[in-house]
Design a protein around this ligand. Structure first.
Ligand SMILES: Cc1cc2nc3c(=O)[nH]c(=O)nc-3n(C[C@H](O)[C@H](O)[C@H](O)COP(=O)(O)OP(=O)(O)OC[C@H]3O[C@@H](n4cnc5c(N)ncnc54)[C@H](O)[C@@H]3O)c2cc1C
Length: 812
């Protein structure tokens, strides 16, 4: 077959991801698709995968993606005539200690929140289900009956056949060599078989995705790592329906295969491949068996399944797989190139994800918008720092090593740090800061008082910082605190048409007079919230946009992509400005001491931006708050950050000023009911559902992205609404995803959870769902409970901010 000269969409890579994407593009969108595979289908990482298929993740959307895979694999053979090897054997996860058990109790709650069945069972039940297992060290196990296993090559061949049946053209033995480009747009794909003009490209090139991306100037931050498992000879008494096992405390997994066991593991000392390019001629490539390295898993596995001591190993598989710095895969539109999409970096769950990842990626490619909240896997969660291959490799190895470690709340990575520091780093360290990291930036999480060791000690209950963060929190409520928020992402939007362009992108009215500041959402065409940020109008034709540290690449790309044609430009100026947030009832007293500007409420009201001078530097002062107190965000020329910090600390000495960390910030915002993008508000939620209808300019006759969708639902009953909850029981630790029960029925789950030190209670937010509509009466009339780590606690619903400084009221 000769290559076509044109295709609407070219998919690169014939592994499970490329095949699934081509299948969905052809089946769901009737797209004109060509798939190019340099070797044979499955010849990359797919053919040698072990084939375990698990579904539960901590993100509801990703769990939905994985559930979709299972549903697809179940029915695919009926459509294509090619079997997938799907077997619903269920999955047992073993716990050998109390922290792990708590983790499973939380997991079981998450499963329930996401509508999945997961049971916690005793060691005796485990023994009954899996008689060959040694269970004497077990506390218990979780049992997810709908998980299973499948044959990776068979699924891929079945998907490829399905893709062909729906019209996709698949070419094996054709390598992509480069791209024809016009600026940052691909116009054609150059291959060993000729050139194909195209509109869009989907890079599903597995461990080669980084080098394929580089041909178009994009970065795909993944690292190939060797991953090994063994396949044993037949074991007497092992049923083909045996459940798959994950034994994380022993870092191993098992599944049945033709009467024997497949057994592999995640070691703490992984073996990354080079940070350079992967050879192209690597079809069906395996590495030498490495028993020295694998022995650590064998020892653990034999202790768990003693029959392994006397059974032969039929085969060892030592294959390459792509892993990423945060253990999540990489999906979506590359920010550097307007028409390349990526689906790669599957962290050894590409078989489990393949079906669903192809579904959502195909939708994203065709519609230009993700069909769900896919933020945790969105390629735009990375930034320019991820071009550092050694950093990516180091962090990826740390993530690999943590694959099976207990997931403690608030845990921070340790590798590749410090990477980006604000000018205040040393000063904050001198104040005994304990740092966390966000998109490479070191940020103070909390400050250890003298006599307290400045480090996190993780646990499943209240952690060692709990009381100290409480003291910081109260300090902001009662006196004044200074936050280093220099890592905020900052953009400047300029041009004659800037106001008109931003008016189109923003849901709130950002075109008010210069000097005004507006909190706004950016919506997608479904009315879902794609971003949540502040826009300050500095001049008729100049706007200053501030958003969260982690959203830097995403929000910039979203705005740039949606700005209408005209005289308008956007520029990322994050590194030009440091940010000091001066917050608390005494913040005005401190500010007035360091500037000649009038900072009285009359001269400098809430929601305004002014240029003021502090310590000889011109500062953009934004009167805004995320903590529910009087305060200013001071955006200062980066080089002056240290001097201004010193000036504020000196002036604030009489007012008891102190630096405050991000954990106190989180507690303060929970009490005030401010929403956090990526948890409380996401592309799945509209401003109406999130209680942010007041921030949408429906009454102004202005068109903006998402308006049509909102108009269609305006005035109708909402099927879900964000609400706050408090718990009185101090034993309950909220971490998010706890199930909300209304009159004993599950109606939603928490999107955020934490503790409010002023109200003295645990606080959570989550959407309450009801098909018939969620009215005020519906919300107020129920009896609520939260399921926390599998235990029910009475809860109170709160529909107004718990803490309201204007009225100096504390409600709970
Ligand atoms: C030992 C091991 C065990 C595993 N076990 C499991 C498991 O139990 N469950 C699970 O869910 N996952 C498992 N995985 C992970 C799984 O194998 C991968 O996540 C999955 O196969 C990735 O699929 P892919 O399509 O992204 O990549 P690949 O299968 O590698 O496909 C990419 C394709 O792109 C092609 N390509 C690259 N460059 C070009 C080019 N320039 N032109 C044309 N074509 C190109 C390659 O030839 C390749 O075929 C395991 C992995 C390993 C290594």
């Amino acid at each position: 077959m000769t290559l076509p000269t044109h295709a609407q969409i070219v998919v690169i890579g014939g592994g499970i991801i490329g095949s699934s994407t081509a299948y969905h593009l052809a089946r769901d969108h009737k797209a004109d698709v060509v798939l190019l595979e340099q070797g044979k289908l499955t010849s990359g990482s797919t053919w040698h995968a072990a084939g375990l298929v698990g579904q539960l993740r901590s993100s509801a959307s990703i769990t939905r993606v994985l559930k979709y895979s299972v549903d697809l694999y179940k029915g695919l053979a009926a459509e294509t005539g090619l079997e997938t090897g799907w077997k619903m054997t269920g999955c047992l996860r073993l716990a050998t200690n109390e922290d792990r058990w708590t983790e499973y109790k939380r997991l079981a709650t998450t499963a329930r929140s996401f509508g999945m069945e997961m049971h916690l069972i005793s060691p005796e039940e485990v023994k009954r289900m899996w008689p060959l297992m040694e269970t004497s060290d077990l506390v218990g196990a979780s049992w997810l009956p709908t998980d299973g296993q499948a044959s990776p090559s068979d699924i891929t061949q079945s998907l490829a056949k399905g893709a062909r049946m729906h019209g996709a053209k698949i070419f094996e033995g054709v390598r992509v060599l480069g791209f024809g480009m016009e600026g940052n747009r691909i116009t054609s794909v150059r291959t060993t078989g000729g050139e194909i003009a195209c509109e869009k490209v989907v890079n599903c090139a597995g461990q080669w995705a980084r080098q394929v991306g580089a041909m178009a100037g994009i970065e795909v931050p993944l690292q190939a790592v060797r991953h090994q498992y063994i396949v044993t000879e037949k074991i007497d008494g092992l049923s083909p329906e045996t459940a798959t096992i994950r034994d994380p405390d022993r870092r191993t997994y098992f599944k049945e295969e033709v009467g024997g066991l497949v057994m592999g593991g995640y070691e703490p000392n992984p073996q990354p491949l080079s940070t350079g390019d992967i050879p192209n001629d690597w079809q069906f490539h395996l590495f030498e068996d490495d028993y020295d390295h694998f022995e650590q898993h064998l020892v653990q596995a034999m202790a768990r399944v003693p029959a392994l001591e006397s059974v032969g190993v039929k085969q060892m598989i030592n294959g390459p797989e792509s892993f990423t710095p945060d253990g999540n895969f990489i999906l979506g539109p590359a920010p550097e190139c307007v028409n390349m999409f990526v689906g790669a970096g599957f962290n050894a769950f590409g078989i489990a994800s393949g079906g669903g990842a192809g579904w959502v990626l195909a939708d994203w490619v065709v519609n230009g918008e993700a069909p769900l909240d896919l933020w945790v896997v969105d390629i735009r969660r990375f930034s320019a720092m991820h071009r550092d291959r050694q950093w990516v490799s180091d962090r990826t190895c740390e993530a690999y090593g943590k694959h099976y470690t207990i997931g403690f709340p608030h845990e921070e990575y340790t590798s590749g740090r410090p990477r980006i520091v604000s000018p205040l780093y040393e000063r904050l360290k001198a104040h005994r800061a304990v740092f966390g990291s966000k998109l490479g930036w070191e940020r103070p999480n909390w400050f250890a008082p003298e006599g307290v060791e400045p480090r996190d000690i993780y646990s499943m209950g209240r952690q060692n910082w709990f009381a100290h963060v409480g003291a910081e929190h109260r300090h902001v409520r009662e006196a004044v605190g200074l936050f280093d928020q220099s890592s905020f992402a900052k953009y400047e939007v300029t041009g004659r048409d800037a106001a008109r362009a931003l008016d189109h992108v923003c849901a709130n009215d950002v075109t008010r007079a210069p000097g005004r500041l507006t909190y706004t959402q950016l919506l997608n065409s479904r009315g879902g919230i794609e971003a949540d940020l502040t826009v300050a109008r500095l001049a008729e034709d100049r706007f200053y946009v501030v958003t969260g540290t982690g959203f830097r690449t995403h929000d910039l790309a979203w705005i740039a992509e949606h700005l209408p044609q005209g005289d308008v430009a956007i520029r990322d100026i994050t590194e030009d400005w440091g940010t000091l947030s001066l917050m608390g009832p005494r913040s005005r007293d401190v500010l007035a001491q360091v500037t000649d500007a009038d900072v009285s409420d009359a001269a400098f009201p809430f929601g305004h931006v002014r240029e003021i001078v502090i310590a000889g530097a011109t500062v953009r002062a934004l009167r805004v708050t995320y903590v529910g107190e009087l305060g200013w965000e001071l955006h200062v020329p980066l080089a002056a950050t240290g001097a201004i910090f010193d000036a504020l600390m000196a002036a604030g000495a009489d007012h008891d000023i102190r630096p405050i960390g991000y954990r106190a910030l989180e507690s303060l915002r929970l009490e005030k009911g401010y929403r956090a993008w990526s948890s409380d508000i996401t592309p799945n939620d509209t401003p109406f559902e999130a209680g942010l209808g007041w921030a949408v300019k429906m009454r102004r006759n202005a068109d903006f992205i998402g308006r049509t969708a909102l108009e269609a639902v305006q005035g109708q009953p909402l099927r879900k609404r964000l609400a706050g909850f408090t718990l009185d029981d101090p034993a309950a630790v909220l971490v998010g995803r706890e199930t909300i029960l209304r009159n004993g029925q599950a109606v939603g789950y928490l999107t955020s959870g934490g503790y409010g030190y002023t109200v003295g209670k645990s606080i959570g937010y989550g959407y309450v769902r009801n098909e018939g509509g969620v009215s005020d009466d519906f919300l107020a009339s129920g009896d609520y409970e939260l399921v926390v780590a599998n235990e029910r606690f009475p809860a109170r619903i709160v529909l107004a901010p718990l803490y309201d400084p204007e009225n100096l009221k504390v409600k709970a």
